[in-house]
Structures are given as structure tokens and as C-alpha cells.
Design a protein around this ligand. Structure first.
Ligand SMILES: [Zn+2]
Length: 280
């Protein structure tokens, strides 16, 4: 289960409306986990036990306090929420919390969402709205602003994001770190060919995004500050990182290639561009 959702459940004041967005199968599964965990008779560290009567009822789709809605057709029909509205004011019958799960909440037009807004603004006691959506941009702002918004990532995506974060931290730190740090980092990435290739691939992506931003493109998620990174250096390093796989195909030691790249970040800064390694 998502860590942020677990924390919400363990907190003294869980929200009354959540918007979970991400791939449909992931967000639907997380929403059910959340419904179970918040109603579980024996929760463990914020997660559902999966075995108590409430958990079992939710799993089998027979829990009276879980109401699941999905669009009838492409979009929600106005009537769907109209008929449901009378339930919004009721509190839980059997469970600890009454859950309204609105799947594909991004497929809701304004006239339909208006009916939901009032319920979101003045929730009945022990009622939680769970909205799921694949496309966050398509959710009406009026609806999203009343929810705690949580992005659900797949394990694979989480690992990729973590790796990107790591490479960014390294690039950002090299200029002000001792050479020893640079050599240790190079050693780490050069251990395996695949890891090394992925390091340069990520570096290409980070450097190109930052360079293109200087040329008027979109702001990068990982920003290398202008005062330490000139556009010229970003371009130069980007091209260098692009060429790294070609060097890797030759007989040059992976550690040397990675060290040379990291030194280039530092040397360009320290020695005003006089980098002898470049001729390698
Ligand atoms: Zn349980």
C-alpha cells in the first residue's frame, strides 16, 4: 500500500476526500486497500489485515458502507450523482467509515461535479470520498482543490524516479565536492555496464532538459542553477554524455569514462574549460 496513504490512516485526522491519480489498475487497487485499511478491525501499521470480517466483505464486494461508482458510458451522467446524493449525508452503518469510491473521476463534467462539490464541502461524519483518475489534468479544479491529492506510482516508476534523483544529486554536488567523492561515485556507476549506460542516459536527459530550459523551453523538474551551470557547459556535457555509449563500446575502462565525465563538470568550472581529458 502507498506509504502516504498509510500515514493518512495512522494520523489522528485522516482527510474526508482523496484524489488518487495514476494508472487505472494501480489507483483502483490502492483505493480498495485504503477502504479496507480504514475500516479494518485489526489494522497493522496503517495497512489492512485482509482477514477480518470487514476486510473480507470489502474484498468480496459485500460491504454495506462501501459505495462504488463509475461513469455510465464515457462520462458520468448527472443522474448518477443525483440519486446518490441522498446517501451522502448518511454516516457509516456497519463499518468505521462510509466510503464513496468514485472511479474515473476525471470523466465528470461540470454540471455533474456540482452535485459532488457540496458533499465534499460539508461531509457527513465518518465519510470518506475516494476519487480515482488516470489523468490529473482532466480533473476539474473545483473538485481537486477539495481533495488531498496523492500520486500513485508503480514500483518500476518509483525505482526510475529514485535513480534519476540520485544522478541529479551527484551532478549537482560534483562542483563543490572533493575529488575523492567524484572518484567514489565514478567507481559505483562503473561497476556494471548496464548501470553505467543508465547513468549516462539519465545524465543526457537531465542536461538536455536544463539546456533546453535556458533556450526558452519548459522548466525542468530537476533544476541545475544558472549561477553554477552556464548554458554552454550544459550543452557541452550533454553532448559528452551522449557520446559516452560510443566510448563504452571501445576498450576504454568504464571507470575512466565516468571519471572523465565527472571531472569535466568540475574542471570546466575550476580551470576555465581547460580539460585535457577531452581529447580522449
Ligand atoms: Zn481487517
Amino acid at each position: 500500500m502507498n506509504e502516504r496513504l498509510k500515514r493518512e490512516i495512522k494520523s489522528a485526522h485522516p482527510g474526508h476526500a482523496y484524489l488518487l491519480y495514476g494508472k487505472a489498475e494501480l489507483v483502483e487497487a490502492e483505493a480498495l486497500e485504503f477502504a479496507m485499511a480504514i475500516n479494518c478491525r485489526n489494522p497493522q501499521d496503517g495497512a489492512a489485515c485482509g482477514a477480518c470480517s470487514h476486510c473480507l466483505q470489502i474484498k468480496s464486494g459485500n460491504f454495506p458502507d462501501l459505495v462504488v461508482l463509475a461513469p455510465e458510458g464515457v462520462y458520468y451522467k448527472a443522474d448518477q450523482l443525483k440519486t446518490l446524493r441522498k446517501y451522502f449525508s448518511l454516516t457509516a452503518k456497519q463499518g468505521l467509515h462510509r466510503i464513496f469510491l468514485l472511479q474515473k473521476a476525471d470523466m465528470m463534467k461540470e454540471e455533474c461535479a456540482d452535485r459532488l462539490l457540496k458533499a465534499l464541502e460539508e461531509p457527513a461524519e465518518n465519510t470518506v470520498f475516494l476519487l480515482t483518475a488516470e489523468n490529473e489534468d482532466r480533473i476539474l479544479q473545483t473538485v481537486a482543490s477539495r481533495c488531498r491529492v496523492i500520486r500513485i506510482l508503480s514500483e518500476n516508476k518509483k525505482a526510475l524516479d529514485g535513480e534519476r534523483e540520485e544522478v541529479f544529486s551527484l551532478l549537482a554536488a560534483v562542483k563543490s565536492s572533493p575529488l575523492e567523492y567524484l572518484f567514489r561515485s565514478a567507481e559505483k556507476y562503473a561497476k556494471e555496464r548496464e548501470k553505467c549506460a543508465s547513468f549516462f542516459e539519465t545524465a543526457v536527459s537531465l542536461l538536455s532538459e536544463n539546456y533546453l530550459y535556458r533556450q526558452g523551453g519548459a522548466a525542468p523538474a530537476h533544476h541545475l542553477p544558472e549561477e553554477h551551470w552556464s548554458a554552454e557547459q550544459l550543452f557541452d556535457l550533454w553532448q559528452w554524455a551522449l557520446a559516452a555509449p560510443i566510448l563504452m563500446e571501445s576498450n576504454i575502462n568504464l571507470k575512466l569514462i565516468t571519471e572523465n565525465f565527472l571531472l569535466r563538470i568540475k574542471r570546466k568550472d575550476d580551470l576555465n574549460g581547460n580539460c585535457s581529458w577531452y581529447t580522449l
